[in-house]
Design a binder for this molecule. Structure first.
Ligand code: SF4
Length: 322
């Protein structure tokens, strides 16, 4: 996540997005425009989490039917396991470093890099302690070499996040006489983590949690972390969180960011697929349409067909039990 703050400074992400937005007043499907965005009366009371409403792995929505009507839980897979651990590690490392920065310190002894790397190693150790037992349950089990490679990738992630965070903090220490490390840290890494949003009238379950919110200045940027192949519908998910925030806080969320983490033959992760975008009505209305389509399917309880082209099932978690 520290990468997002770095990219903002490096590329003036915030400025670019503002120029792209042109007319914030032109966005109609705001969360607070409740008559515009609430679920139709015949669907009111039906609620689902963002991933089930906004994501469309199955063109006929059969995955949702299997999950909610047949009660077949999404089977864990090696990619979903990796995604969960990358997610957790990114959030935990920043939280730990923030806690470190908020402690009283002798400024002469602060060594954030050392702390972050040590903490990162502990987090990886704890997260992967049961890797063999957990992956043994998967239908397609990863080899020992694959598991080792994945753990190495987690160390690459910690390396880069630690280096970015400590470089910024060291810069602040080197540049200022009087330093309040806690407030400097919050200013540079303006992330809000673990917030819960409640937007029942939009068809969303209580306490939905976006991965993070980035707030440089007076802006609110809704963020999601994704590993694996990016899908256009991930932006629809970000729009759903943005509308939920608008519903609850009555503050506009004009921008979203999908932080894409990948690994190849490098000593650092690849964030190349990361994309910041304007949450336009296109994404907002796509969410409302998908929501109504899916909730209607659940209300009527009619089993959707399997998709005729199996090629469309390749990323679906239900591929083995559809
Ligand atoms: S396996 Fe194919 S048909 Fe079945 S739920 Fe997944 S995408 Fe839909």
């Amino acid at each position: 996540m520290a990468y997002v703050a770095f990219r903002d400074i490096r590329e003036n992400l915030y400025g670019k997005l503002k120029r792209q937005l042109k007319d914030p007043e032109g966005i109609v499907a705001r969360g607070w425009n409740i008559d515009e965005v609430k679920t139709p009366s015949e669907l009111s009371g039906l609620r689902l989490p963002v991933n089930l409403l906004a994501y469309k792995y199955c063109p006929t929505n059969r995955d949702l039917y299997l999950n909610k009507v047949k009660g077949i839980r999404q089977p864990p897979t090696w990619p979903s396991y990796q995604g969960r651990l990358v997610h957790g590690l990114m959030l935990d490392i920043l939280k730990s470093v923030r806690n470190y920065a908020s402690r009283p310190h002798n400024i002469a002894k602060i060594d954030l890099l050392k702390y972050a790397q040590k903490r990162g190693r502990t987090l990886i150790e704890n997260a992967t302690i049961n890797i063999d037992q957990e992956t043994a349950k998967f239908k397609l089990r990863p080899s020992q070499a694959k598991k080792k490679e994945f753990v190495n990738n987690l160390h690459r992630l910690v390396r880069m996040e630690s280096e970015i965070v400590s470089a910024f903090v060291d810069y602040t220490i080197a540049t200022n006489e009087d330093i309040n490390l806690e407030s400097e840290f919050s200013r540079i890494f303006a992330f809000q983590q673990e917030i819960c949003l409640n937007a029942g009238p939009l068809g969303l379950t209580p306490s939905i949690k976006p991965d993070f919110i980035y707030k440089p200045g007076d802006m609110v940027i809704m963020g999601e972390i994704k590993t694996g192949e990016l899908k256009e519908f991930h932006k629809i998910g970000v729009a759903a969180y943005a509308m939920a925030y608008e519903y609850e806080e009555e503050v506009p969320v004009n921008f979203g960011i999908i932080l894409n983490v990948a690994f190849r033959n490098r000593n650092v992760p690849i964030y190349k697929g990361t994309e910041a975008f304007v949450i336009s009505d296109e994404y907002r209305k796509a969410f409302l349409n998908l929501r109504d389509q899916k909730l209607n399917m659940l209300k009527d309880g009619i089993e959707p067909e399997r998709v005729p082209d199996k090629g469309q099932c390749k990323d679906c978690p239900y591929i083995d039990c559809c």
